[in-house]
Design a protein. Structure first.
Ligand code: GDP
Length: 612
């Protein structure tokens, strides 16, 4: 048996995909690339040529692939969908063609991602509808590096005008969808013109061959050279008595970290310094790199939790509740605007709804539609998503790992997506202000982390909402008392108390948007001060409408908010409510429920016994 081509792992590898309308010459080009770069089994081509001769049919380069898949069926380990060829520069893996469900699934889940593409157009047939759809699909999937090979130039007598016309037409289409091809190469895959070697057939062309063009694709920098991204998987406490330290565990997805690095946890914006790196089962290290699972301890004992994304302070991820994404839908049930799903990104999981379906591409038919309002099974769509709470992420083109998510419907993964852009939500300006506030806050020698470590509980806000007369003020008072009795710093902050100093005339025009905003702002800043002093603030203001929940949450960041909504008339609770109570019947029982929620969210430690 002849020697199989070997991938040597110290060589650079690149995944590429070759796409084009049926019969435009994809298999022929792949066969050519394999043959012309000596990447086939030794004697393979000769064997196929001999078979063709015996059967009296003309040899085709595409047969090299068919024969490969036959060999594969006989148990020989070569994957026809993943043929590869080598150049001096690197090894290429050719991923199966798009339009295939498997390809799309792999692309959106990151299982096998094409880094670059060769789009093929038949010079004789010209730009077909499918040529456009393929271009569109690539742009949807975030494949930004593209070359166009104009094939079968022999059929048009190697005519430059034909080539130029196709280039002009297709280039202008690609620019409409935001794709800038690196070059157009006139080729004949069958005869090998300008695939691996330039030939005399097209002396008017002075650009690169297909091989030179793919060698010019840029490889993204190795993961450890990218920005630091470590999603927090879990937080453990040291067991030793009196040791207050926690270990923050996670996998370094990209970048590196070192002892002494200043880091920030997003979306909460809590900052600290890495004190030590504890790798599992290996000696304590001073640095960790992409791919490693580590536990770190921090200089300040801040409360971070699963789902936070750790980065360096000078290379922050994006934060928003609104994202523009391209998704591939696998769910049996269509994805519909308004329905709630779960979005999972890194270690975070959050409720999400589709805000808008921008455009939909039916992957099996490759039929594009900008008027569809839902996303069906096997559609690729550009959508705008709104998450319940702000999440930390990146655009896929910046950091691939944190720019990728899945959508869960019930218990099933129903779709996968890549994030193309941040959409500024209503809180964007406020969020960046509070981020700045956090970085600039003049701190005393006693930090919030010190206070939390001493009191043994986290500071934060419990926000009650619901109509007047529902009994929420009474419930709030009992919660304050319960917390106090358990030695937990708590403070009831009624809206009235905060607004006493505010001009009455201003209050009278509280309907006015601007005044309202000011009041909310004022309220949030006061709450933030109390929280910074280590208290659990309990709020019952009627001034704050449901829509302002998010504003308050933003204002008190990095502290967290737990929201309790009381709605006796079963009106719809806002998207970001943690607990909905229909009516207050038994106040203490309701306080129990809120206490359980506070324990679950890590605000207060789990209790051994009640002391009421
Ligand atoms: P695919 O469907 O895109 O994979 O296309 P194939 O590679 O199977 O090619 C379809 C047909 O076009 C085959 O009969 C090939 O021989 C033919 N073909 C491919 N490349 C060329 C070329 O450069 N010149 C000519 N004349 N025919 C070609």
């Amino acid at each position: 048996m002849s020697a199989a081509p070997v991938i040597t792992y110290d060589r650079e590898q690149m995944n590429i995909v070759i796409v084009g309308h049926v019969d435009h010459g994809k298999s022929t080009l792949v066969g050519r690339l394999l043959a012309d770069t000596d990447s086939l089994f030794e004697g393979h081509e000769a064997k196929i040529r001999a078979i063709c001769e015996r059967q009296g049919k003309e040899f085709e380069y595409a047969f090299l692939l068919d024969a490969l898949s036959e060999e594969q069926e006989q148990g020989i380990t070569i994957d026809a969908a993943r043929c590869f060829f080598k150049t001096e520069k690197r090894d290429y893996i050719i991923i199966d063609a798009p339009g295939h469900i498997e390809f799309l699934k792999n692309m959106v889940t990151g299982a096998a991602r094409a880094e670059a593409a060769v789009l093929l157009i038949d010079a004789h047939e010209g730009v077909q509808e499918n040529s456009r759809r393929h271009g569109f699909l690539l742009s949807m999937l975030g494949v930004d590096q593209v070359i166009v090979a104009v094939n079968k130039m022999d059929l048009v007598d190697y005519d430059q005008t034909t080539f130029d016309r196709i280039e002009t037409e297709y280039r202008s289409f690609l620019s409409e969808i935001g794709v800038t091809p690196q070059c157009f190469v006139p080729i004949s895959a069958r005869d090998g013109d300008f695939v691996a070697d330039p030939t005399k057939t097209m002396a008017w062309y002075s650009g690169p061959t297909v091989l030179q063009a793919v060698d010019a694709f840029e490889k993204e920098p190795p993961k450890e050279n990218q920005m630091l991204r470590m999603p927090v998987q879990d937080v453990y406490r040291f067991n030793a008595q009196g040791d207050q330290r926690r270990i923050v565990a996670g996998r370094v997805e990209t970048g590196s970290l070192r002892v002494g690095d200043r880091v920030v946890f997003t979306p909460s914006n809590k900052t600290s310094t890495i004190e030590s790196i504890e790798s599992f089962n290996t000696p304590v290290a001073s640095a960790a790199h992409a791919g490693q699972s580590v536990g770190i301890t921090l200089a300040e004992q801040i409360y971070v939790r699963r789902g936070d994304l750790m980065s360096h302070v000078d290379a922050l991820p994006q934060v928003s509740t609104m994202i523009r994404a391209n998704i591939f839908w696998l769910g049996r049930e269509s994805m519909t605007p308004g329905k709630r799903y779960k979005l999972k990104l890194g270690t975070t999981s959050v409720n999400v709804v589709i805000e808008e379906v921008v455009s939909v591409l039916d992957a099996s038919e490759l039929d594009s539609d900008t008027n569809k309002s839902q996303v069906n099974r096997h559609d690729v769509a550009e959508i705008i998503l709104r998450t319940r709470n702000p999440i930390a992420f990146d655009r896929t083109q910046e950091v691939e790992h944190t720019g990728r998510f899945v959508i869960v419907d019930g218990y099933d993964i129903a779709g996968g997506g890549i994030i193309r852009d941040v959409v500024e939500d209503a809180e964007a300006a406020l969020r960046s202000e509070t981020r700045q506030r956090e970085f600039r806050w003049v701190k005393g020698l006693v930090t919030l982390a010190d206070r939390e470590a001493r009191s043994g509980h986290q500071a934060g806000l419990v926000l009650f909402s619901g109509d007047a007369g529902t009994g929420k003020a009474l419930l709030a008072k009992h919660l304050e008392r319960r917390l106090f009795n358990q030695g937990i710093g708590s403070y009831l902050l009624d809206g009235t108390n905060v607004l006493l100093g505010v001009d009455h005339e201003e209050l009278a025009v509280a309907e006015r948007e601007e005044t309202r905003e000011k009041l909310i702002r004022h309220y949030g800043e006061v709450a933030h001060l109390f929280i910074d002093s280590g208290q659990i603030v309990i709020s019952t203001t009627n001034t704050i409408g449901l829509a302002e929940h998010q504003t308050i949450a933003t204002l008190i960041a990095p502290a967290e908010m737990v929201s309790v909504h009381i709605c006796p008339h079963h009106d719809q609770a806002p998207l970001n409510t943690d607990l909905v109570l229909a009516v207050i019947e038994d106040v203490e029982a309701d306080v129990d429920r809120i206490m359980a929620l506070l324990q679950e969210r890590g605000f207060v430690p789990a209790l051994q016994s009640t002391d009421d």
